[in-house]
Design a protein around this ligand. Structure first.
Ligand code: ADP
Length: 321
């Protein structure tokens, strides 16, 4: 292995820059040439590939987003698209590719290795934390902390006005963010796709809290809850009980901001681990951190296996209100 490329793909996540920095510097220290690809797989197809040196990753560790930019690419899903992408790597004699992204990005990477022999490593990066094979994904901790800070502020106004607030956090398919944010913020109810949301029971509990003098409540809902998003849940609660609520959708603020210390450590470890995996000829694989140790798993595990929520946290999500 002589030259590698790095790209960031799919949804951006805070900490990607710290991961890029660690990958570039570990690779350079190992005697490899390094290239950066702009705009994910679309940039690979359009030949937006440039050499990177150590200075290119100076002063980025603490920045959110990704200096390489991210994108989604329909063209890369086609064989013609991937032929162009592989040709652009081959003409520079790039034989390794590090992909920061989610399971969709890993599928694309796997295709590149299977069809064209380019050795690929996936680095799990998504605020949703829903990738099997790593206890945490890059960006999750920052997103949780951002949402927590926002909900603490909502709590102040909820208490001042004796209101019921419904706060929606990200998580289209999984409740990892909602669960940790809800517990950390002391939410009265946490609504996630993995557990049954019982609107009449929620109404009963909010009312009985009102009767005992607890005049404000916060419900944290994952955007993908089976009963709907925060607005739909607010309507259902009002239709069922007459209780009025205020809705706050945190949305994309959760993706932004400077990464937390935990995300910087995770991204730095995984960037290093990705280069080691390439040097060990372990591709195709995904690197992760499990029980504090770096792990490697086949890329396909990312989309064939389902990460479960922490059972203790699920238990704690009810019963502390
Ligand atoms: P994420 O990586 O965050 O899961 P997406 O699912 O949007 O994000 O995937 C990012 C990109 O990866 C897509 O725009 C596409 O270019 C590529 N990709 C996703 N799924 C596949 C697939 N099955 N085959 C080839 N490429 C894919």
């Amino acid at each position: 292995m002589k030259a590698i490329a790095i790209l960031t793909s799919g949804g951006d996540a805070p900490g990607m820059n710290a991961g890029i920095r660690a990958t570039v510097r570990t690779a350079l220290a190992s005697g490899l040439s390094v290239y950066g690809v702009k705009r994910g797989y679309q940039g690979l197809i359009e030949d937006s590939i440039s050499p990177m040196c150590s200075k290119d990753v100076s002063n980025i560790l603490q920045r959110g987003g990704t200096i390489l930019h991210s994108a989604r690419s329909e063209e890369f899903r086609t064989e013609e698209g991937r032929i162009k992408a592989a040709a652009n790597l081959n003409k520079r004699r790039i034989d390794g590719l590090v992909v920061f992204g989610g399971d969709g990005s890993f599928r694309g990477a796997n295709d590149l290795q299977r069809e064209f022999g380019i050795r690929v490593i996936g680095v799990p990066s998504t605020i949703d934390n829903d990738i099997w094979g790593s206890d945490f994904t890059i960006g999750f901790d920052t997103a949780v902390n951002t949402a927590l800070e926002a909900i603490d502020k909502v709590r102040d106004t909820a208490a001042a006005h004796d209101r019921l607030f419904i706060v929606e956090v990200m998580g289209r398919h999984a409740g990892f963010i909602a669960l940790e944010v809800g517990i950390g913020a002391g939410a009265e109810e946490i609504l996630i796709p993995e557990t049954v949301t019982d609107i009449p029971a929620i109404c009963r509990k909010v009312k009985s809290r009102l009767e005992t003098g607890k005049t404000s409540s916060i419900l944290v809902v994952a955007e993908g809850d089976e009963e709907g998003n925060a607005y739909e849940i607010a309507q259902k609660i009002e239709a069922h009980s007459g209780l009025k609520s205020r809705v706050t959708v945190l949305g994309h603020v959760q993706r932004g901001g400077s990464p937390t210390a935990s995300d910087r450590m995770l991204a730095t470890k995984l960037g290093y681990a990705a280069v080691q995996a390439l040097l060990d000829d372990a591709a195709p694989c995904m690197v992760g951190v499990e029980d504090g140790l770096i792990s490697r798993h086949p890329l396909a595990d990312a989309w064939t296996r389902k990460k479960e929520l922490d059972k203790l946290l699920v238990k704690l999500s009810s019963g502390l209100e």
